[in-house]
Design a binder for this molecule. Structure first.
Ligand code: DON
Length: 579
């Protein structure tokens, strides 16, 4: 018995050495120090999410014999309690599932425009945009999809009873959880908004003072709503008391969502978008997200260049990536919208032949977005969250959900305790006219009753030899797609380890505005000068994204949560490795 133990220990040691001695590591160590960022590895299942409570709840489900989809349902509901800026039941999202047998499916639970919505609903009588109407308050919300989406995923792939999966969220809402410094700061930032949005008082003490780090947040109304969902499934949200409370809230604030909108909402199963990149297979989000299509388009263009034979973050590489991003985002704004409403030339956009044509326009100088642009796209807000999960069988889940802006529309449904999204702003509120950020929208994404607004979310799974290799995604609005591109390139072309790929500073280009946004330390002074010489306009910005990554090697999966935020990677029978 003892001898067997020693051999297993050796075996684990050898497998971990393979991870630790990644040949690219010494190269990347010179570029970026990531002391303290942990990856956790296991053969029994890994969960990575933006909330430590959600990750731990997901791990407990795996330990109880649940599969990755069961764990994803629990993580989703717990995020609605412990990550209120983005975790939600009042918003929507997308879940990409790959079963251990290699079958892919995609659950679309994107919000929909209410039936009373119309194309010009955010314009005044002069046709001008009414400031903030699509972003704040009751009219900004689409019909939420999250509860229907999680239920559909569970119906098809779940193994544990639904109620058991929702209960952890009920308990955390009822019994409270301890808030950390980041969350306390975020709640503190809400104090002025509370005057106009009294529901936000739930994030303060009874006397109105802000909650301090270390205090507990109790959410009894949310607990009651979650209990209705635990007991009745989607009927606990889309009909009965919760639907009544949402419709009353809408009437109070002049919003458009009716009980009928809620009764009619349905999550859908769609075929994911797929593409190949240097022998790897990429599976990602189809429309109504632009995520997968734009990602595959960029990767197809990039495949034509020997990126890995260049120095990491050299001017050739960065310039090539920017130019490919520019072209794919141009198509995003022109062609993409809800596939149930608009025809999208998907197979052309994601073909290698089309990529070759686009590549032929790329030179060693900056192209001009203005010249290239016909129809343009609106900017997106930045409050979303991603989680990646794998179980011991190899079932994998990649989910991104959103309220759109931080705390969504800022409206908390009275008596139901949850925030509503402000996803209507993801539509082109006024096609063809620049918004306050100078971005333009395409008519494919104009508002129509019952239509889903275009998204950039890109929950993604990369396989190699038909086996799951990477499970990843991130929030970040328009930067979601380019962050996923960068991680895939860093790992496949430059051999970075998961911790290095997630930690490395990011940059982003989205065609218009014609600016290369970069984290403060993404580019060296030399690289900045080289890019400027080629005609690029650079702009430093705050941190980009919050990637939750799992990498699989052999029978081991390793998870890394982005050090930019407070998320947690955890594993069943966890082995923690410090780089
Ligand atoms: O669906 C979308 O693309 C946006 N509503 C996502 C917003 C987002 O990622 C905010 N994240 N930080």
């Amino acid at each position: 018995m003892k001898a067997v133990h020693i051999r297993i220990d050796w075996l684990i040691g050898i497998i971990l050495l393979v991870f630790i001695c990644d040949p690219a590591m010494s190269r990347a160590d010179d570029i970026y120090e990531n002391e303290g960022v942990q990856k956790v590895c296991s053969e029994k299942g890994v969960v990575v999410s933006a909330s430590r409570y959600a990750t731990k709840a997901g791990i407990r489900i795996l330990e109880r014999g649940g599969n990755a989809v069961d764990a994803a349902v629990t993580v989703g509901f717990v995020l609605s309690v412990t990550y209120p800026t983005a975790g939600n039941i009042g918003g929507g999202g997308f879940m990409l599932i790959r079963t251990a047998e290699g079958k892919n499916s995609f659950v679309d639970f994107r919000e929909k425009a209410p039936m009373a919505a119309d194309r010009d609903m955010y314009l005044d009588s002069n046709g001008e945009i009414i400031k903030d109407l699509s972003r704040v308050g009751h009219r900004a919300s689409g019909v939420p999809g999250t509860v229907a989406g999680l239920y559909l995923a569970h119906k098809i792939h779940g193994s544990l009873p639904w109620k058991e999966l929702v209960d952890p969220a009920v308990i955390l809402a009822q019994e409270g959880f301890t808030i950390d410094m980041e969350m306390a700061k975020s709640f503190y930032g809400l104090r002025k908004l509370r005057e106009n949005f009294p529901g936000l008082k739930k994030f303060a003490r009874d006397d109105g003072k802000p909650l301090r780090p270390g205090y507990r947040l109790f959410q009894p109304d949310l607990a009651s709503t979650l209990r209705r969902i635990a007991n009745n499934g989607p009927n606990g949200f889309y009909t009965g008391k919760t639907a009544e409370l949402i419709s009353e809230e809408m009437k109070r604030g002049g919003g458009l969502i009716t009980k009928e909108d809620l009764n009619r909402y349905q999550a859908l199963i769609r075929n994911p978008i797929e593409g190949d990149y240097r022998g790897y297979h990429i599976i990602s989000a189809p429309p109504p997200s632009s995520g997968g299509t734009t990602l595959i388009e960029i990767m197809n263009m990039l495949e034509g260049y020997p990126l890995g034979s260049n120095e990491f973050m050299s001017v050739n590489v960065v310039q090539t990536v920017i130019e490919c991003e520019r072209r794919a985002y141009l198509d995003r704004s022109t062609y993409l919208g809800d596939p149930d409403f608009v025809d999208i030339p998907l197979s052309r956009l994601t073909s290698k032949k089309y990529a070759e044509k686009l590549r032929s326009g790329i030179t060693t100088k900056a192209s001009s977005s203005k010249k290239m642009y016909k129809n343009r796209v609106r900017s997106e807000k930045e409050e979303t969250t991603h989680y990646s999960i794998i179980d011991s069988e190899g079932n994998s889940v990649s989910t991104t959900t959103t309220l759109n802006g931080s705390y969504g529309s800022k409206v908390v449904v009275k008596g139901a305790g949850f925030l509503l999204n402000n996803e209507m702003d993801d539509f082109s509120v006024k096609p063809g006219v620049p918004n306050m950020y100078g971005l333009l929208g395409g008519s494919a994404n104009a508002i129509e009753p019952g239509k889903r607004m275009l998204s950039s979310m890109a929950p993604t799974i990369v396989t190699h030899d038909d086996k799951v290799y990477l499970i990843l995604g991130t929030p970040g609005g328009a930067t979601i797609i380019t962050s996923v591109v960068q991680i895939i390139l860093d790992i496949i072309d430059f051999g970075l380890s998961p911790v290095e790929a997630v930690s490395t500073p990011r940059y982003h280009h989205q065609c218009l505005p014609d600016i290369v946004y970069h984290e403060f330390d993404a580019f060296t002074q030399r690289l900045k000068s080289e890019l400027e010489e080629k005609g690029y306009n650079l702009k430093e910005r705050s941190f980009i994204g919050d990637v939750q990554l799992i990498m699989v090697k052999g029978s081991f999966a390793c998870g890394v949560s982005d050090p930019r935020m407070e998320g947690l990677a955890s594993a069943v029978k966890e082995i923690s490795i410090k780089q």
